[in-house]
Design a protein around this ligand. Structure first.
Ligand SMILES: *Cc1c(COP(=O)(O)O)cnc(C)c1O
Length: 368
């Protein structure tokens, strides 16, 4: 029996082991650990890649959302609308600036539903925080229209979205900026925790830069309250190397998505994510390949018995289902129905064509 793990963590290192060791030696022998040249170089290349004026390296993707909200002046008494189909980190960041997280429904492509957002707006609403989920951008035109009409800001949780585009524009370019995660299993992953923020907004950039380093400016003077949320220089050096071939990795992921599309589109019990060539509006980078499947739980067990790893995102818990955190648990029909069916099948650059064939054959066999 073939085994196809959901994610291959050792491959991350082994894929280019010699180069990673060379980088480790280089950084270590320079004694360059915190706020050094490698971080500056990476920030320059990250901004270049994202097509934004500015980029900041941060300690992790959760801090990135938290600091960006703080930089935007979101706080006590404010409401922030976000997609219930996101990681708890999105809501936690809103909670920890003292604002109230308001979960919204998602739609068929699993992105936040602008119609649901519109219904949730009150006089306290200050921001929309859409998650650019699974490597896909949300319907940004619709969100920007709602934001303009209601005087709201948009901040993107693009932890899963670096490289994804909407009408040719990348994450971070739509309003106040986008936060990124470099968690190892993310599309651009480091060897530990890491995060980033990209923006065209000078004020947002300046404030996030201050917040990540104790409120200290270029002259070392403390000009506001801040934190320690710096991206380690070693991780930055690794990421600066990896961003050099990130476009090729995206192409690999899009090829895998095409393969799944071709081989699974006729399985009537499945709803697949939009195909890479479905339209010219969205450019998806496939952080995940999240399907909806009839008899999902049985399928998951069957695939496991056949050596294939799958994952239900957020362990099956959309944020609004977390009544222990004060959420209502109901009222978002698409999300609730979808979480009975959603399943992520393997999507990563270690996959070989034989792996993909085996996954597709196994799924087809299950429904036959
Ligand atoms: C991974 C992730 C985060 C958090 O990133 P960390 O780097 O793990 O803190 C936030 N939001 C979404 C949607 C994510 O997938």
């Amino acid at each position: 029996m073939r085994t196809v793990p959901f994610f291959n963590y050792p491959f991350l290192f082994k894929s280019r082991e010699d180069d990673f060791i060379r980088i480790f030696k280089d950084v270590g022998s320079r004694g360059a650990y915190i706020l050094q040249k490698d971080l500056l170089d990476f920030e320059t290349n990250l901004a270049k890649f994202a097509g934004t004026k500015y980029a900041v390296g941060l300690a992790n993707g959760t801090d990135a959302i938290w600091l960006a909200l703080m930089a935007a002046g979101i706080g006590k008494g404010d409401e922030v609308i976000f997609a219930s189909h996101t990681y708890i980190a999105t809501a936690a960041a809103i909670h920890f600036v003292g604002a109230t997280p308001i979960p919204a429904d998602c739609k068929r492509d699993h992105m936040i539903d602008p119609a649901s957002v519109r219904k949730l707006i009150t006089e306290r609403t200050k921001a929309i925080l859409p998650t650019q989920l699974n490597g896909r951008c949300c319907d940004m035109d619709a969100l920007i229209k709602i934001a303009k009409e209601n005087n709201l800001i948009i901040l993107e949780d693009a932890a899963q979205g670096l490289g994804s585009k909407y009408k040719g524009k990348g994450i971070g370019t739509f309003d106040k900026g986008a936060t990124i995660s470099f968690y190892p299993a993310k599309n651009l992953g480091s060897f530990g925790d890491g995060g980033g923020f990209v923006t065209n907004d000078k004020e947002m950039y300046d404030q996030v830069m201050l917040l990540r380093d104790h409120g200290r400016n270029d002259e070392g003077i403390f000009v506001r309250w801040g934190f320690n949320s710096r991206l380690d220089n070693f991780q930055a050096a690794i990421l600066n190397y990896k961003i050099g071939y990130y476009n090729a990795e995206i192409e690999k992921r899009r090829k895998i998505a095409s393969f799944y599309q071709n081989r699974l589109q006729d399985v009537r019990e499945l709803l697949l994510p939009p195909a890479p060539d479905a339209d010219t509006i969205f450019f998806d980078v496939y952080q995940n390949y999240e399907i909806e499947a009839e008899r999902r739980d049985e399928l998951k067990i069957y695939l496991k018995e056949n050596g294939i790893g799958t994952l239900i995102q957020w362990n099956g818990q959309p944020v609004h289902s977390l009544t222990s955190l004060g959420f209502s648990g109901t009222g978002l029909p698409y999300t609730e129905a979808m979480f009975k069916k959603c399943l992520m099948i393997p999507m990563n650059t270690s996959l070989q064509e034989e792996d993909l064939e085996y996954v597709c054959d196994s799924i087809s066999k299950f429904y036959r």
